[in-house]
Design a binder for this molecule. Sequence first.
Ligand code: TYD
Ligand code: MG
Length: 448
Amino acid sequence: MSKTKIKYICSNCGYESLRWIGKCPECESWNSFTEEIIETSPRRANISKSKFSYSKILDILANEEERVKTGLVEFDRVLGGGIMPGSVILLGGDPGIGKSTIAMQAGANIKQKVLYVTGEESEKQIKLRSSRLKVKSDSFFVQSETELSNILGAIKEVAPSVVIIDSIQTTYRSELENSPGTITQIRECAALLMEEAKKNHYSVIIIGHVTKEGMIAGPKILEHLVDTVLQFEGETNYSFRILRAQKNRFGSTNEIGVFEMREDGLREVKNPSELFLSEREKQTPGSVVTSSIEGSRPILLEVQALVTPSSFGYPQRVSNGFDQKRLSILLAVLEKRASVRASVNNVFVNVAGGIRVIERAADLAVCVSIASSLFEKVVDNQTIIIGEVGLGGEIRSVGYIEKRIQEAKKLGFKSAIVPAGNKKGLASDNQIKISFVENLSETIKLLL
Ligand code: TYD
Ligand code: MG
């Protein structure tokens, strides 16, 4: 006999409790507990069979399987070369970022059969979107459905190579008493989809919405379950989007894909540096260019700073695309080690184009842009600036220096400021003048 019981589950990390709690002891998010009905049936391991199957690893024959190419080169690259048959991919992102669009574009490009299941739009709405995207594939099937057994039924009939579920939050199993979107539903649906996919050897792309903290709702549980977690991100007021792999059983997690949202869907951006530098003003104080490694690719970015006198006692610090805490640290280092007293002023830092830089290699560029704005002196716009800044004001070496310099050369930059520690990793070059720097005050004197 199965019994039902009520439990409270954190919708962020899946922590279970018998009472409602305001703050999750596991992931520390507030107000995340929801009531869920749990069926408890007595479970006992069944090992009464007499024959079991196992093999020596050397006896198993397996070749790298033929991946399903989506034809979207950037999408395939992030996946590690296409969709692995039988794999389950979670595609997360903010509402309106373009998840349905990228999934449909990728699906419509696949030569094999694809079933696109939507619980968010009617077939008519899907049709409208597909005309916008100029979908012409005759192996692309659409089902407007939310109940999982009906979905699995359609999968059986269509026998597709790839199934797209848009979205996991609208999908539910009618056998469960919880409403769609609850942790139990999400977990159970995803688990069943996964099981069926592995058994019948088709791939599933599961679309998941992200909560405002940037987590895929019911996230941790799904992240453990699936083979690949992709994150689709970007600022809604900019047209470009970035696809990142957060987890990938069949490829590297470093790759990113860059897209631009157009009237007629997403377009791949082959050379992101050009895009990010395209609107750069000729010579303005506070503007410098750095090179950030995104995945295995270098991308050149413009860092802008604006330093203004503060009329109130407490100066403002605002940064877009660069870590705010890191900015405070750099301001302190600038003041103490390079006598650049920007900390009594308002300081605004912006990475142009809306991209986010997580890399420390952008530190030096941020420092120089602040000094440049404070002193109202321009930095030569044919120079790129690379380096991590330590608390002592020393410039620390960074990875992939050769790649960064190559990218700068490709885009016609004439000189580069590079950490002295990177000297040995660099072949001398007559196309670009490289200046090696050891500390912050020396760099600022050199450039301004
Ligand atoms: P959508 O894929 O519906 O986002 P999600 O599934 O992540 O919620 O994309 C929504 C946005 O994309 C919407 O604001 C309109 C815009 N868009 C375009 O600009 N061009 C297009 O061709 C399409 C299909 C959408
Ligand atoms: Mg959508």
